[in-house]
Design a protein around this ligand. Structure first.
Ligand SMILES: [Zn+2]
Length: 82
């Protein structure tokens, strides 16, 4: 099952928002509702959900699940701790 809700944490002000991810597009720009900072993906990430969200975007979820069926959520949470 694909999780379409990802909580994005703004790196500038720490504000959290939980937009619903589209399944057919990558979200490249996210305006922080807290400070109006424009979030963009970090190098190597396809969208703001992969960089700042608690859940990677749907295409990446599917891809990771194919390769690593058991560790998808664990891998992403480890990355978020850095
Ligand atoms: Zn912010």
């Amino acid at each position: 099952m694909t999780d379409l809700q990802s909580t994005i944490t703004c790196p500038e002000c720490g504000h959290q928002s939980t937009p619903t991810m589209p399944t057919d597009a990558c979200v490249y720009i996210h305006d922080c509702p807290g400070c109006r900072h424009v979030l963009k993906p970090r190098p190597g990430d396809c969208c703001v959900f992969c960089s700042y969200g608690t859940v990677p975007c749907p295409p990446v979820q599917a891809e990771v699940r194919d390769k690593f069926p058991k560790i998808v959520s664990k891998a992403h949470s480890l990355r978020m701790e850095k």
